[in-house]
Design a protein around this ligand. Structure first.
Ligand code: NAD
Length: 485
C-alpha cells in the first residue's frame, strides 16, 4: 500500500512548531523500513520551551483552578474524540510500531477507557479533616503537583501516553509528553485531539526528540515537578539519578522477565494458547511478556509439543494485513539484538525447539522480522533466562514442586507481572502471594484495566499507574491547621 509521507509539527505552547534547528527525523514502517512520516527533531532548547510553556500554563490558573467537573468534561470530550478517530489512530500505531491492527485497535480502545475513567475522577480528588486537640480545624488539601513530564517507550505508544496523561490532567497538572523517537505519531495526534477537546493553550505539550537530548533535558529541568518514566531499567536508573539532583518526584515503570506457570490441573488447551499469546503478542515486545514459561513435569511433553505445533503455523507479515498473526520487531537494531540473544542461548546450552532466525519468506526480507522462537532447558543463569530480550523468544523450564517453581520464578532482578494456571484455589492464592511481582493473573494472561493498579517490584519500577490510588502520585498533600480558640 502507498502511504503519503507527511511532514509533521510538534505541539509547544499551543502552537504547532518545527524544531528550533529546523531538522526532521524520518519515521519508518518496521514491516518494510519505508519512511511514512517526518517529525521535528527537537533540541534541548525546544524541551526547555515546552517546560516553560507548561509552567506558564500552570501558573496562569485557568486549568489548575478550573471547576474540576469542567476539567472532567473536557477529558470526556477527549475520550469521545479518541473513539471517533480510533480507525486512524489504530492504523497509525500499526504502521509505526508494527503490531497487528487488532492489537492497535485494542490499545486505542484502552486509551479511550483510561481518559474516561480519570475524567470521572477529576472531581473526586478529596482531602480530609483530621481530629486534633480541641478548638482547631485541621484538614488536608490535595493540590496538583505542577508540571509533569511523561517519557514514553515505543511498544505501546498510545496506551502508555494516555495512561499517565489522563490522571495528570484530571488532577490539574500541565504536561510535557515525550514519545519515543521511533513511534511518535499517535502522541502527536493525541496532542491535536486534546486541543480540540478544549484543553487550554500550553497545558499539553508534545515534543518529538531523542532520549539523550530531549529526554535528559526534561528529566533534569528544575522547573519540572514530577516525572513519569516508562522504559528500560537501564534508562530508568539514569532518570532517577537526574531527578535526584532537583529532588523531583519520579514514577518508574520499567522492564520485566515474567514467569508464566502451568500446573497439571489447569485447563491445558487454554493454557497453551495463553503461553503462546503471552510471548508472541506484539512480537514479544512487552514489559509484561510471559517470557519464562514454567511447565509441570507431568504434563510437560504434551504441553510443549502442542505449543510448538501452534507456533509453527503462525503467519508472519505486516500488522496491517488481516491474516497476519505476528508482525515485525520495531527496528533493525532490535532485530539484531534479538537474534544476538538467540545465538547466546544456543551457545549457553539452551535447546532451540523452534525458530531462531529471520524468516525465509522473500516477502518479509525488507522488514524487521524474527521467527517466533522457543527454547527449553533454560536456567536462570543463562542470558535468555534472565535478560529482558524484548522480542519473540520464549524460555521453557520444567518443574516438580510449588516451592521449586516459586523459587525459580523469583530468581530475577525484575518483578513486574506473573501468570499462573491451575484449577486449585489454594495453589492459586498461595502462589499469587509468593510471587515477587506487582501484578498476578490467574487463569488468563495480558490482562489489566484502567481501574486496576499496574506497577513493578524490584528493578521493574517504583510506584504504580492506573486505579484511583494512582492519583496520589499526581497530587501533593498540604496540611492546614486552623486555631479556632
Ligand atoms: P528506553 O529506556 O530505551 O526508552 C524509553 C524512553 O526514554 C524513550 O522515549 C527514550 O527516548 C527515553 N530516554 C532514553 N534515554 C533517556 C534519558 N537519558 N533521559 C530521559 N529519557 C530518555 O526504552 P524503550 O526501548 O523505548 O522501551 C522498552 C522498555 O520499556 C522495556 O524495558 C519495557 O519492559 C519497558 N516498558 C515498561 C512498561 C511498564 O509499564 N512497566 C511498559 C512498556 C514498556
Amino acid at each position: 500500500m502507498t502511504v503519503q509521507i507527511q511532514k509533521l509539527k510538534m505541539l509547544v505552547a499551543g502552537e504547532w512548531r518545527e524544531s528550533s534547528s529546523g531538522s526532521f527525523s524520518s519515521i519508518v514502517d518496521p514491516s518494510n523500513n519505508q519512511v511514512i512520516a517526518e517529525v521535528p527533531k527537537a533540541s534541548r532548547e525546544d524541551a526547555e520551551a515546552a517546560v516553560e510553556s507548561a509552567r506558564h500554563a500552570f501558573d496562569s490558573p485557568e486549568w489548575r483552578d478550573m471547576d474540576p467537573s469542567k476539567r472532567g468534561r473536557i477529558l470526556i470530550k477527549l475520550t469521545g474524540l479518541v473513539r471517533e478517530n480510533s480507525e486512524e489512530l489504530a492504523r497509525l500505531e500499526t504502521l509505526n510500531e508494527g503490531k497487528l491492527l487488532r492489537e492497535s485497535k485494542g490499545d486505542v480502545a484502552w486509551a479511550a477507557r483510561t481518559f474516561e475513567y480519570f475524567a470521572g475522577l477529576a472531581d473526586k480528588i478529596e482531602g480530609e479533616t483530621i481530629p486534633v486537640p480541641p478548638k482547631r480545624l485541621n484538614y488536608t488539601l490535595r493540590e496538583p503537583l505542577g508540571v509533569t513530564v511523561h517519557i514514553v517507550p515505543w511498544n505501546y505508544p498510545i496506551a502508555l501516553a494516555s495512561r499517565s496523561m489522563a490522571p495528570a490532567l484530571a488532577a490539574g497538572n500541565t504536561i510535557v509528553v515525550k514519545p519515543s523517537e521511533t513511534t511518535p505519531l499517535t502522541a502527536l495526534k493525541l496532542g491535536e485531539l486534546a486541543t480540540k477537546a478544549g484543553v487550554p493553550k500550553g497545558v499539553v505539550n508534545v515534543v518529538t526528540g531523542s532520549g539523550a537530548e530531549v529526554g535528559s533535558e526534561l528529566v533534569s529541568n528544575p522547573d519540572v515537578d514530577g516525572i513519569i518514566f516508562t522504559g528500560s531499567a537501564e534508562t530508568g536508573k539514569q532518570v532517577m539519578q537526574a531527578a535526584a539532583r532537583n529532588v523531583t518526584h519520579v514514577l518508574l515503570e520499567l522492564g520485566g522477565k515474567n514467569p508464566h506457570i502451568v500446573f497439571p490441573d489447569a485447563d491445558l488447551s487454554k493454557a497453551v494458547r495463553s503461553v503462546k499469546d503471552g510471548i508472541f503478542t506484539n512480537a514479544g515486545q512487552m514489559c509484561w511478556a510471559g517470557s519464562r514459561a514454567f511447565i509441570h513435569e507431568s504434563i510437560y511433553n504434551n504441553f510443549v509439543n502442542e505449543l510448538v505445533a501452534k507456533t509453527k503455523v503462525m503467519r508472519l507479515g505486516p500488522g496491517i494485513e488481516e491474516t497476519t498473526e505476528m508482525g515485525p520487531v520495531v527496528s533493525k537494531a532490535r532485530q539484531e539484538t534479538v537474534l544476538g540473544y538467540i545465538k547466546d542461548g544456543v551457545a549457553e546450552g539452551a535447546k532451540l525447539l523452534y525458530g531462531g532466525k529471520r524468516p525465509s519468506d522473500p516477502k518479509l526480507q525488507q522488514g524487521n522480522f524474527v521467527e517466533p522462537t522457543i527454547f527449553e532447558d533454560v536456567t536462570g543463569e543463562m542470558k535468555v533466562g534472565c535478560d529482558e530480550i524484548f522480542g519473540p523468544v520464549l524460555s521453557i523450564t520444567k518443574f516438580q514442586t510449588v516451592e521449586e517453581v516459586v523459587s525459580m520464578a523469583n530468581e530475577t532482578d525484575y518483578g513486574l507481572y506473573g501468570g499462573l494456571w491451575t484449577s486449585n484455589l489454594k495453589t492459586a492464592h498461595d502462589v499469587a502471594s509468593k510471587l515477587q511481582v506487582g501484578v498476578v493473573a490467574i487463569n488468563e494472561y495480558l490482562v489489566t484495566f484502567p481501574q486496576t493498579p499496574f506497577g513493578g517490584f524490584k528493578e521493574s519500577g517504583i510506584g504504580f499507574e492506573q486505579g484511583i490510588r494512582s492519583l496520589q502520585y499526581y497530587t501533593r498533600t498540604k496540611n492546614v491547621s486552623v486555631n479556632l480558640a
